[in-house]
Every structure is written in structure tokens, then in C-alpha cells.
Design a protein around this ligand. Sequence first.
Ligand code: NAP
Length: 306
Amino acid sequence: MEHIYDTIIIGGGPAGYTAALYAARGGLDTVLLERMSAGGQMALTGDIDNYPGFEEGIDGFTLGMKMQQCAERFGAKTEYAEVSSVDFSQPVKRTETTGGAYLSKTVIIAAGANPRELGIAGEQELIGKGVHYCAHCDGRFYKDKTVAVIGGGNSAVADALYLSRLAKKVYVIHRRDTLRAERIYHEPLMKAENVEFLWYSTVSEFITDTRVTGISIKNVKTEAKTDILCDGVFVSIGRKPATDFLKGNVLLDKNGYIIADESTRTSVEGVFAAGDIRTKALRQVVTAAADGAVAAHYAEEYLAGK
Ligand code: NAP
């Protein structure tokens, strides 16, 4: 007979490991499924200085490891496997993974969101050869070189500022003439002497030999094309929720996020969505962690038949 867990948590970022901590500490038989390593997208972030309790800030990888240790201290188990599909049609829910099937009475989905791609020719093949999605992970390869950051949100601005301290020159390429990023983030960038903004601009092509040597930029107003030389391109145009494996099992919004309110309850009884993967106003480590606690609370309540 297959083992039936009280709760399966999908994803080992801040939402997942906080859910695991609360569930295991509350006595639930808990397993967390993670495809790579603890921390999720947070583990790719250099300094996190807006998660309370770390007065000097903390790097995302270390915080992820700490969150895992907190949950495992109370008996939560981590299995390293990628979820391929789910079946939530029965009271006992089935989660298929690369490591086999798991059964549970409740599921907390905390699989997060992945970087959005530009979708232009050659992008996939050039990953690691001049195309990057994480400045804090790969910026160190561009000391005293020229890089381009694509996007105008908080992430793009944070990435550009980080890179401006390493690289010789940073182009910020944005499709409008106003940054979406909050002022507190973009003011320091405006003052950086090695940063140049290219407004109303999108990338139309990568220029390459064996790797990126530049990009073709299109002005969206005039249609004029310009080539710029650069050694690396950091794509920072938002994220897409990791909901492909759900295939109609829970309701999603038009952008692919799981529809769930502050209770983290989804369209299916006993299934909860926590962190960046659900519809919400503010996607931060602290709000993901809060969701994890709330999801475990309502999973416990569901199991108690309340
Ligand atoms: P975002 O806020 O959605 O910004 C995405 C940016 O990319 C926008 O400027 C958008 O342009 C541009 N863009 C989207 N698709 C594009 C395309 N195909 N081609 C060119 N440009 C494109 O995403 P984010 O910056 O990754 O931030 C995600 C969330 O995390 C936000 O809620 C943000 O506040 C939060 N965040 C917070 C912090 C912090 O507080 N420390 C740091 C990073 C992120 P338009 O402006 O024209 O739409």
C-alpha cells in the first residue's frame, strides 16, 4: 500500500520551506518536493536586505539553506524530484514526479515563478554564452566589460545597479521612456556614471560569433535599428509562474498564476497556493514566507475537518 502524506509541498523556496516548517511543527506528516536546491529564485539573489531579522542583509542561498534546516529540524522531509503532473480529482491527491508518484491528503503548491525570456532567435542556445537571467549569479564574469540589461522594473534596475559596480559600461534597454521600478530603486542608478539608458528600445537580434558580441536594438517609435557592442546581456523582464504541470487541475488567471486569496485556498478543496505562484500584489521573500505559514494553517484545518 502506498504511503499517504498529510501534506505534500511542491517547491523549496521561502513559501515552501515556511509551509514545511509550520506543517511539520504542527505534527503533520510532511514531504517537500524540490527539483534543484533549497531557496528557489531567492537562492539566485545576492543580498536580501528587506527580509527582517538580518540587520546586515543575507545572501539568498544562505537564507534558503537556513529555511530548509528550520523545517527539517521538526521532521519535514525533502525529496529531490521534479513534478511532472498532478491529479487532484480525488480526496487523496496524486503528484507524479521524476522520482515516482506521491499521495497526500493536502497539497501546498509553492513552485514559484521563473525568469521570462525575450523569445528572440538564438536565445536558448546563447544561455551562458552571453545571455543571462541572473545578475547576481553571473555578473562576476563581466568585470570591466560591457553589458546590457533589458527591462525597466525593480529587478532590471537592481540588476543594472549591481552590474554598474562590476562592469565598465552598462546599457539599460527599456521599451518605454519611464521605468516601472520604484523611485527609491532607480534614483541611485540614474546617478551612476557608467550607465546609459536606451529608451523606447527593444532587442531585435543577438550579434554573435561563438557567443554574444552585441545586440541589434530597434526603436519602437521610429523603427530605426542600431547595433551596440556588448559582452553580455542580462534579461530582466519579469517572471512567469511555474504552473505548467497543473494542466487544468486548479484555476489559473490569464497570466498563469493560481487564483487564490490571502487564505491561499485554491479552486480545489485541500489544495493551497503559496508565494509567487498565486495571484497577489507583492511578490517578496517576506510575503512568500507569510503565505507558507497561512497555507500550512489551512491545510491543518482542512485535515481536522473544520
Ligand atoms: P516587472 O515589475 O513585471 O517588470 C518587468 C519589466 O520588463 C517591465 O519594465 C516591462 O516593461 C519589461 N518587459 C516585460 N516584457 C518585456 C518584453 N517582452 N520585452 C521588453 N521588456 C519587457 O518584473 P520584475 O522587475 O522582475 O519584478 C517582479 C516583482 O518582484 C515585482 O512585483 C517587483 O516589485 C518585485 N521585486 C521587488 C524588488 C525589491 O523590492 N527589492 C526587487 C526585484 C523585484 P513595461 O514597464 O513597459 O511593462
